[in-house]
Ligand binder design. Structure first.
Ligand code: NAI
Ligand code: 15L
Length: 268
C-alpha cells in the first residue's frame, strides 16, 4: 500500500514548494519541516535539523520521509558540516528511533560533478561511476548516500538516493537541457521511490527523458518511474542565446558545470 503521511523536510525551499503542490494529488498527506517558516502553512514545523527533539516529533508516526532540507549550493566546510552532514545523520537517527522504514534522500549530480561530461554519442554516465564531488556540497551528498547505505545494512531503513540534476520549472541553461528534471517528473519519481516494493539502498539519477541526457536513467525506471517530459522544446532558444557548450571551457567540461570552477554559493 502507498504510504500516506510523509514528512517533507526543506518544505520552504524551491523544490519543497513545488512538491507541496504536486504530491498531494498522489494521495499523500504532507507534514512540513524547515528551519525557515513555510508560507501559508500554519502547521509546518519550524526548526533546524540540529533540534533533535523537534525532528523526532516531526518524524513520529510518518510512513516515509522525503529529505530535501540542507544547504543546496556551495558553502564553507563548517556550514556544510552542520546542515548537510550532521543534519542527515540527525535525520536518520530520528527515523531509526521512531521506526520510519523509508527515506527518499535528495542527493545531487554534484556528488559526481567532476566526472567528464559524455561527448556526443558516447556512453551515458552510469550509476556505478566513481564519486567525484565538485564541492564540499557534493561531498556531503556522497556522505548522505553512504549514510543511507549504512542505515539500510545496520537498521533495515530503506532509502532511494536521487542524484537530482536541475529541478526547476523550466531549463535555463544549455547544460540544464541534459540534466533537467521537470517538477511533474520529480513528483512521479518521488511517488515511484515511495511506493516501489523493496528498494534496499538504491541510488538513481533523477531527470526527465531529455533528448540530450548525459546519464543512465535505468535505475530510476526500475523503481517504476516513467518520465513524461523532455527539455528539447527549450533547446533552440537556449542555444541561440548562450551557444553550444564548449568542450574546451573548463566550466563546461564536467557534469557539474560551473560548480567545478566557480560554484554558486549559499547566501546565508
Ligand atoms: P533550497 O535551498 O531552495 O531549499 C532548501 C531548504 O532547506 C531551505 O528552505 C532551507 O531553509 C532548508 N534548510 C537548510 N538547512 C537546514 C537545516 N539545517 N535545518 C532545516 N532546514 C534547513 O534548495 P532546493 O533547490 O529546494 O533543493 C532541495 C534539496 O534538493 C536540497 O537538499 C538540494 O541539495 C537538493 N537538490 C536540488 C536540486 C535542484 O535542482 N533544485 C538539484 C540537486 C539536489
Ligand atoms: C544542485 O545540486 C543545486 O541544489 C541546484 O540549485 C542546481 O544548481 C543543480 O544542482 C544543478 O546542477 O543545476
Amino acid at each position: 500500500p502507498a504510504p500516506r503521511t510523509v514528512l517533507l523536510t526543506g518544505a520552504a525551499g524551491g523544490l519543497g514548494t513545488l512538491m507541496r503542490e504536486l504530491l498531494p494529488p498522489y494521495g499523500y498527506r504532507l507534514r512540513l519541516f524547515d528551519e525557515r517558516p513555510v508560507p501559508d502553512a500554519p502547521d509546518a514545523i519550524t526548526a533546524p535539523l540540529a533540534d533533535r527533539e523537534a525532528l523526532r516529533a516531526a518524524v513520529r508516526g510518518v510512513d516515509a520521509i522525503i529529505h530535501l532540507a540542507g544547504i543546496s549550493l556551495e558553502a564553507s566546510f563548517d556550514q556544510i558540516l552542520r546542515a548537510n552532514i550532521e543534519g542527515v545523520h540527525q535525520l536518520y537517527e530520528a527515523a531509526r528511533e521512531e521506526g520510519v522504514r523509508r527515506v527518499v534522500f535528495a542527493s545531487s549530480n554534484h556528488a559526481v560533478g567532476f566526472t567528464p561530461r559524455p561527448a556526443d554519442g558516447s556512453a551515458a554516465i552510469g550509476i556505478g561511476t566513481p564519486r567525484r564531488p565538485d564541492t564540499f556540497y557534493g561531498l556531503s551528498k556522497g556522505f548522505g548516500e553512504d549514510l543511507a547505505s549504512l542505515y539500510h545494512d545496520l537498521h533495515g531503513i530503506e532509502t532511494v538516493s536521487l542524484r537530482i540534476g536541475s529541478c526547476f520549472p523550466e531549463p535555463t541553461s544549455v547544460r540544464m537541457l541534459s540534466i533537467w528534471l521537470s517538477p511533474a517528473d520529480c513528483a512521479r519519481l518521488l511517488h515511484a521511490a515511495l511506493t516501489a516494493e523493496y528498494v534496499g539502498h538504491t541510488v538513481a539519477y533523477a531527470s526527465s527523458a531529455n533528448t540530450r541526457l548525459w546519464w543512465d536513467l535505468s535505475t530510476a525506471r526500475a523503481l517504476g518511474y516513467e518520465p513524461q517530459d523532455d527539455s528539447e522544446p527549450y533547446a533552440a532558444a537556449l542555444i541561440a542565446a548562450q551557444g553550444e557548450l564548449d568542450p574546451d571551457d573548463p566550466a563546461h567540461a564536467h557534469l557539474g558545470g560551473a560548480f567545478c570552477t566557480d560554484p554558486p554559493r549559499w547566501p546565508h
